[in-house]
Design a protein around this ligand. Sequence first.
Ligand code: NAP
Length: 290
Amino acid sequence: MTNLIGLIGYPVKHSISPYFQQAALDYYHLDIRYELWETKPGRLESTIARLNKPQNLGANVTVPYKETVLPLLDEVEELASLIGAVNTIVKRDDKLVGFNTDARGFIQALSKERYFEPEGKRAAILGAGGAARAVCFALVREKASSLVIINRTTARAEALADSLRKYMAESGLETEVTTLPWQSSTSSETFSHCHLIINCTTIGMKYSPQEGQSPLSFEVIPKDVLVYDLVYNPYPTPLLQLARKAGADTLGGLAMLVYQGAASFELWTGRKAPIDIMYGKAREALPGER
Ligand code: NAP
């Protein structure tokens, strides 16, 4: 019997995860198929219930269910519950366990693709949605020295800062966390002391209302910074083009996508993810000048 792993979301037909996940499964000759389980609003509960069938090993979860799936699972690992989002479900001893591999994918891409270690570094984060939450918790756990969270909706940035501070108080970690209003992203002063700027907003994303736009203007990007855009389509994004022009180092979101997928693969199969094969397939599916 062929086993199955699915991608749960709506819509999912443009996802490139099946390309690189299937390539990794085939590399090990595993009799497992990675499928798209497009789930219309209101149908999430029944999709999750179907995971209990013996041939189903687990799933990836994407927009818009990363948060709403939590109460439907038997267990949620600590990091996913801190972030408040699950992107991977693994069936273990007939229990559905939720994980968040975005945080790990974000850090691994930084370290493996740019040899950047966050410890002692100052970072600015644009956005305060699900991706920003994963990024901020990852940076705090890696002992970044300071984070400034800049979001259009200030209350959302403050809620994220509060949950980071609460976590740090419980775990003895000491990153300085502040928030700034969205307008401050137009001032070069805001970024002048940063080592790392991360775009966790949807600005610049293909097919979004902000396609073709950059969250930052050329003038505010320092030349000795790493600009990391989580948006992976198109490549390069308008932000990355401006950052290159400013002389900054850059990293696009495809690496994180592949590394978070690799972490999910390892959770489902217990095998080492064939990163080069996964990365190659992802590049084939999303061409661009890299
Ligand atoms: P989300 O939860 O919906 O958050 C969206 C964020 O974008 C919010 O902070 C929102 O601000 C901000 N935003 C949207 N439109 C804006 C505008 N016009 N001006 C200013 N801010 C705006 O989405 P998400 O799941 O965090 O994903 C964010 C991005 O990260 C997406 O492009 C996604 O594809 C990417 N991502 C990439 C990876 C990867 O592996 N590379 C993984 C996860 C996510 P408000 O709070 O004010 O609404």
